[in-house]
Design a protein around this ligand. Structure first.
Ligand SMILES: [Zn+2]
Length: 84
């Protein structure tokens, strides 16, 4: 079961657990956690440090990546990904 890290989306509303971030084991089949189990305020999943994307010395352009059949995702401010 993979270990996910979550943190509150709004530090002013979150409790002391989700303000600092917490780890949770969760089956892949379950949808991502959307609220703190303790205070029920919205949380977002943190990208795990251990599976950070490998550094690519010469990044491909978006169009090159699309030509190669990749789905290109761009990180937005709130930790969500938008399909380009
Ligand atoms: Zn909380």
């Amino acid at each position: 079961m993979p270990l996910y890290e979550y943190i509150t989306t709004d530090p002013e509303k979150g409790c002391r657990i989700c303000q600092k971030g917490f780890e949770l084991r969760r089956p892949v089949s379950r949808p991502p956690l959307e609220a703190c189990p303790l205070c029920r305020n919205p949380v977002k999943k943190l990208v795990s440090k251990s599976v950070a994307s490998p550094k690519i010395s010469k990044p491909l352009s978006v169009s090159d990546a699309k030509k190669a059949g990749f789905t290109v995702l761009e990180k937005r401010d709130q930790g969500t990904y938008e399909k380009l």
